[in-house]
Write a protein that binds this ligand. Structure first.
Ligand code: HPA
Length: 287
């Protein structure tokens, strides 16, 4: 008999995952194999899906909803270049106030739907002084500086162990895949470490100097919770950061959300073919 713990959510996280997964499965025939969490304006890739089913987050039990006005969110399921995908169109950030486990919950749901690989993209500030606006960095590793972990709380044993390994948080073979596909498109990519800060204020110049000394190459406010959950439940992960600005203090000028959005918008045209080419290689039946 299970004891009810008044400090834990009811229904349990486990039951929430099951309810959300069942609600989605009742509406789609496709078993997705690849999960996509696309930041930095790349969500439009989901508009190219075939056999598409789009489910607003409000219609999925327990899904976290963005608190930012105008940020709609929906889960889009379909095929892209023959690969069965589930895409989170719109993501929730930790700074919006949700407990971290709840924020990363959609990754368990994607696992429940059957994905084996997760592709994440984000917009980030360049901490590495060699990085320029418009550069694309393959994420080699991360620094979790959010002060929390999405696995805090009872462990979902059937998804993964209490103390999951993070030595290969981002798959090496998939890093090489980015290089190979970028080369065929005549693009060159950076590699580096992504540091996740809580935000929503941008960093101070002193914080950026600290991050640089800690080994960070890029800084942002997302991605890490989802990547930890994916590793917990055995999903292989690959990720890209689009450098939308030089991090605070590198140039003697303020940072604005407008410049971040503008740089993301401008990078779309070159980034979309690369991401699409990599996706086409990530299906079970891909070459
Ligand atoms: N800092 C944090 N998050 C960001 C930045 C930054 O400079 N640019 C885009 N997202």
């Amino acid at each position: 008999m299970s004891m009810l713990n008044p400090h834990l959510p009811s229904p349990s996280l486990d039951e929430q995952v099951r309810e959300a997964t069942a609600a989605i499965k009742a509406r789609v025939d496709i078993n997705p194999e690849l999960g996509l969490i696309l930041g930095s304006g790349l969500g439009f890739l989901a508009d190219h899906f075939e056999d598409v089913v789009s489910i607003p987050y409000q219609e999925i039990p327990h899904f976290p909803l963005s608190t930012i006005v105008g940020h709609e969110g929906s889960l889009v399921i379909g095929t892209l270049d023959g690969v069965r995908c589930v895409c989170m169109k719109g993501r929730v950030h930790y700074y919006e106030g949700y407990p971290m486990a709840r924020l990363a919950f959609p990754v368990y749901v994607m696992r429940g739907l059957g994905i084996h690989t997760l592709l994440v993209t984000n917009a980030a500030g360049g901490v590495n002084p060699d990085f320029n606006v418009g550069d694309v960095m393959v994420i080699e590793d991360h620094l979790n500086l959010l002060g929390d972990n999405p696995l805090r709380g009872p462990n979902l044993d059937h998804f993964g162990p209490r103390f999951p390994d993070m030595s290969y948080g981002y798959q090496r073979e998939l890093m090489s895949l980015w290089d190979k596909e970028a080369e065929s498109l005549g693009l060159s990519l950076r590699r580096g470490v992504y540091a996740a800060m809580l935000g929503p204020s941008y960093e101070t110049p002193a914080e950026i100097r600290m991050l640089h000394r800690m080994g960070a190459d890029a800084v942002g406010m997302s991605t890490v919770p989802e990547v930890i959950i994916a590793n917990h439940c055995g999903i292989r992960v690959t990720g890209l950061s689009l450098i939308t600005n030089k991090a605070a203090g590198i140039l003697d000028q303020p940072l604005t959300h407008e410049e971040v959005k503008e740089a993301a918008e401008q990078a779309k045209a070159s980034l979309a073919p690369l991401v699409r080419q990599v996706i086409s290689q990530l299906g079970e039946e891909s070459p």
